[in-house]
Design a protein around this ligand. Structure first.
Ligand SMILES: Nc1nc2c(ncn2[C@@H]2O[C@H](COP(=O)(O)OP(=O)(O)O)[C@@H](O)[C@H]2O)c(=O)[nH]1
Ligand SMILES: [Mg+2]
Length: 442
């Protein structure tokens, strides 16, 4: 599931990440491609529209166009929007404490996966340390009780069942039985029903009142696509649900249901069923699914990088300092820590306006940088802010403090002075300034 949309979007993201500049047209084109991919994945049209509009609006904001890394910032927006589309954060089951009985009521259409999910959920909760019991309240299909019994046996969880009874009675008695026998979680499997079947809907409403469930979960089949979203909406209206479990997520369905549910009905997707076996149930993590759709690890790294990079404000401040030659050793030192975050010398050069011309590769070999950092760290704050006060005796002290020969200290100071002058000259040059400003999108 989600492979196709993931292929598409990951491609779009790859293209974007390489872009040093982004135009209005880039934004429009990219968003259009995303729109098509989402629609092809069977995502609800209203959801697509909202996603598209919000993405465009944010991408046009200062944050992207003026950023030093517009491609990455844009990807971050797409990623964040995708996460919020999927429901922001993982929504766990809201159950009572271990000493009080909690009930989970499962409902849905016929064949949606309720009975299988009951056993899967029981197993998951048992692993979390709860004491679950399954309740066979589907008395419509004769084989349903037996199916749950077999499943319960396979996960070693007791199944409460009655012959010749009604679902309401079964539920009532199961609660009493669970309380007496120290179970703390009831998982109630019910008959499949259509939301248009008034009699059956009245029944599930009664069961709901009887068991006052902590969680009322709709089990929906991912393969039914948009219908799953519709059904969720209808059940929410007539019975009230607290969330959805999307079964058969392992199918090659297009994924639109998973992507639309939260936005359309406002109820979270809590788990996904990923196979026929009892341990094929996974908590639904919006963040992970979004990353998967957009091309996995790449995006996460890119987004992290974008968060760490220098922002426009900082860049402009730095540029002003360079122009007025108030760029100090303290600022220079700050670039080192930035480099450590960014992880490459090339990116440092790109971060410092004017540095490309003023510094050669030789000036910034990693070993040399470590030495320079040590030297600056051995200076007092006054010295860092005004390198001109550093006379011979201060140089000797700094050399000693940083464990470097004096000539290294001299070399750094000389290089820094030259760099400052070059940068000042460079940034005063009109043509150069224009180029620099365009680099920051101003
Ligand atoms: N591949 C796959 N099959 C599933 C999943 N969940 C349920 N099924 C299958 O779907 C069919 C109907 O499941 P069942 O639990 O009986 O549905 P119910 O009628 O809603 O109780 C069974 O064949 C299950 O094995 C799932 O997550 N993945
Ligand atoms: Mg069933």
């Amino acid at each position: 599931m989600l492979e196709r949309i993931s292929d598409k979007l990951a491609g779009i993201v790859r293209q974007l990440s390489g872009k040093a500049q982004i135009t209005e047209k880039n934004i429009q084109d990219t968003v259009n491609e995303i729109k098509i991919a989402l629609l092809e994945a069977d995502v609800n049209l209203r959801v697509v529209r909202r996603f598209v509009n919000q993405t465009i609006e944010e991408a046009r904001g200062e944050g992207v166009l003026k950023s030093v890394t517009p491609g990455q910032q844009f990807i971050k927006i797409i990623h964040d929007k995708m996460v919020s589309l999927l429901g922001d954060s993982r929504q766990t089951l809201q159950l009572k404490g271990p000493d009080t009985l909690s009930t989970i009521l499962l409902m849905g259409l016929q064949g949606s996966g309720k009975t299988t999910t009951a056993a899967k959920l029981g197993l998951a909760l048992k692993k979390e340390g709860r004491k679950p019991m399954l309740v066979a309240a589907d008395l419509v299909r004769p084989a349903a009780v037996e199916q749950l019994r077999v499943l319960g046996e396979s996960v070693n969880i007791e199944v409460y069942r009655e012959d010749d009874s009604t679902p309401q009675t079964v539920v009532k008695n199961a609660i009493a039985y669970a309380k007496k026998n120290q179970f703390n979680t009831l998982i109630i499997d019910t008959a499949g029903r259509l939301h248009v079947d008034e009699k059956m809907m009245a029944e599930i409403r009664e069961i709901r009142v009887l068991c006052a469930p902590s969680e009322c979960l709709l089990v929906a089949d991912a393969m039914s696509g948009q219908q799953a979203v519709e059904v969720a909406g209808e059940f929410d209206k007539t019975v009230g649900i607290t969330g959805v479990i999307l079964s058969k997520f392992d199918s090659d369905a297009r994924g639109g249901a998973a992507l639309s549910l939260k936005s359309v009905i406002g109820k979270p997707l809590k788990y996904i069923g990923t196979g026929e076996k009892v341990d094929d149930l996974e908590p639904f993590y919006p963040e992970r699914i979004a990353s998967r759709i957009l091309g996995m690890g790449d995006v996460v790294t890119l987004v992290e990088k974008a968060q760490n990079t220098i922002d426009v404000h900082e860049a402009e401040k730095l540029q002003k300092k360079l122009q007025s030659a108030t760029f100090t050793l303290e600022d220079y030192l700050e670039q080192f820590s930035r480099l450590k975050k960014m992880g490459s010398i090339q990116s440092l050069i790109e971060m410092i306006p004017g540095a490309r011309g003023a510094l050669s590769e030789d000036d910034i070999d990693p070993e040399g940088m470590k030495r320079e950092e040590a030297i600056i760290l051995s200076m007092t704050l006054d010295e860092r802010r005004n390198h001109r006060i550093i006379g011979p005796s201060r140089r000797r002290r700094i050399a000693k403090g940083s464990g470097t020969p004096v000539f290294e200290v001299n070399r750094l100071l000389k290089k820094f002075e030259t760099m400052r002058l070059t940068m000042k000259k460079a940034t005063k040059n009109k043509k150069y300034q224009a180029k620099l400003m365009s680099q920051f999108g101003a």
